[in-house]
Design a protein around this ligand. Structure first.
Ligand code: MN
Length: 497
């Protein structure tokens, strides 16, 4: 784990020799100065947090612009420095990423079931640029790992949100490693007893298997090499705790029925080698019926590819093998992020050089290319198109989410919160700036309406600009009751007379 800016620079230089390290150092100095008056809840200097988030991004071998945005991600939210200043100092692209991360930070999940899916979709819609989500994950991961120093109620909220919103999105983006890390970090705060139980079950099982796994790795390597096949790597992987827990629950808490607590990963150069290696393994050990899965021919919906098989191994033990190429392996670890990751073997980013100017175009090309190729991105797009073509999501200043039709106005927003707010609203701030009550809102806007208790009622002209039936009908209703009471008043006068 990276502890200093020097180590971060070293990490970046190790995968990207062309990276502009002085820009990264400048971003670090800038952020450190901006946060100099702040401390984390743990008592550490604040800069430790953005530095750690940036390091997580560097571990994924992501480009400089994302590392810089990672270092600056809390500056506009938590310090007097504005987004404009970041833009002047580091350019439009960095500023856009930082602003996206800040916006995502406004989303708060308060444990209401029916909002879960909406929130996930909104998260995706608001991010627009997937790189923003990746930075936000790195941010969240460090927050989860330092959750001990904040109050229990907030711990629970942040952890639950990570489990219900962040991890499923990481999964949808194919970021298996990130999903596992988020879940494992959140698990013990959301289900402390179950966490403890799972740790114990796993420790027992894995402890017994350590030596055994070493032996199987040796044997497998021998078999494959004897068959004249090339191997890039064989290693054991321990199942992430939360995912083990879920599997145990599905299998009546019986560890004997979980076959992949440890799986052996065999990494070979080509797809053909994958099938050949599968053949070698099946030649040596008998496969269990119904447990051979060809996710190469039929990838999982999130793009995951590998061959899986479970065999009766040495001494009658049951062992799972996952066979894949290096490209599939990295895609599984980093998911969508792997498309931006620097490729050591080719000594350049996956798709061509990362010159600063070429990068923007390249990014657009990659996004286009990925969108064409990858089912998960396609489905992501479909989700966006289906559900967001005519919906927007805006925030209250407290971070609650209001879901509205496209082109809704602050008046729609006010009525969506409460009829009284709508009836008495007099003005609005959108993203901290005073604005008109009929200005159409955009996804991600933070909307604060002002009310005046003495206001007699809504302006009938609002019916024209309002988009929701709800707001229109409330305005009309008010006009009607007003008319009715006016008539009543007049009648009263007549009666009195
Ligand atoms: Mn942060």
């Amino acid at each position: 784990m990276v502890k200093t800016i020097e180590e971060l620079l070293q990490t970046v230089a190790s995968y990207d020799p062309t990276a502009d390290l002085s820009r990264i150092r400048h971003a670090y100095d800038f952020a450190a100065k901006a946060h100099s008056q702040q401390k984390r809840a743990s008592g550490e200097p604040y800069i430790v947090h953005p530095l750690t988030a940036a390091s997580t991004l560097a571990e994924m071998r992501l480009p400089t612009v994302m590392i810089i945005a990672g270092l600056l991600h809390d500056v506009p939210e938590d310090t007097p420095i504005t987004l404009d200043e970041i833009k002047n100092e580091f350019g439009e692209e960095v500023a856009k990423l930082v602003s996206g991360v800040t916006k995502l930070g406004k989303i708060k999940y308060r444990g209401v079931e029916r909002y879960i899916e909406n929130l996930r979709k909104m998260f995706l819609a608001i991010a627009e640029d997937v790189r923003v989500i990746i930075i936000r994950f790195a941010d969240r991961l460090h927050n989860l790992e330092t959750l001990d120093s904040i109050p229990p109620k907030k711990q629970y909220r942040v952890a639950l949100e990570s489990l219900e919103i962040y991890a499923p999105i990481a999964n949808r983006l194919g970021m298996g490693e990130m999903k596992g890390r988020l879940e494992d970090a959140a698990f013990r705060y959301v289900y402390p007893k179950e966490y403890q139980w799972t740790v114990e079950v796993a420790q027992k099982a894995v402890h017994q298997q350590d030596v055994y796994i070493e032996k199987i790795i040796q044997l497998t390597r021998q078999e494959i090499e004897n068959a004249g096949l090339p191997i890039e790597d064989i290693h054991g992987r321990k199942k992430h705790l939360y995912s083990l827990y879920r599997k145990l629950i599905k299998n009546e808490r019986n560890i004997a029925r979980v076959y992949d607590i440890i799986a052996l990963r065999v990494i070979v150069p080509s797809v053909a080698d994958c099938y050949a290696a599968l053949g070698v393994i099946h030649g040596k050990w008998t496969p269990l019926k119904g447990r051979i899965k060809d996710y190469i021919a039929q990838p999982k919906p999130n793009g995951y590819r590998s061959l899986h098989t479970t065999v009766f191994c040495e001494d009658g033990e049951i062992v799972e093998f996952q066979i894949r190429t290096m490209e599939m392996h990295e895609a599984d670890e980093f998911g969508i992020a792997s498309h931006w990751a620097y490729d050591e073997r080719k000594n350049r980013a996956h798709r061509g050089p990362t010159t600063p100017i070429g990068w923007m175009q390249q990014l657009a090309d990659i996004q286009q290319e990925v969108a064409d190729k990858k089912q998960f991105l396609k489905s992501l797009e479909e989700i966006k198109i289906d559900l967001f073509k005519d919906r927007i999501f805006v925030f209250t200043p407290k971070g609650d989410v209001i879901d509205l039709p496209e082109d809704s106005t602050p008046v729609d927003f006010a009525y969506a919160i409460h009829t009284d707010i709508g009836n008495t609203c007099t003005g609005v701030k959108i993203n901290d700036e005073l604005s008109q009550l009929d200005r159409p809102l955009k996804s991600g806007d933070i909307v604060e309406v002002f009310t005046d208790k003495n206001r007699k009622g809504p302006n009938p002209d609002w019916i024209e600009s309002a988009k929701t039936r709800h707001a229109k009908s409330k305005i009309r209703q008010f006009a009607r009751t007003n008319l009715a009471s006016w008539i009543k008043g007049i009648q009263g006068k007549f009666i009195k007379r």
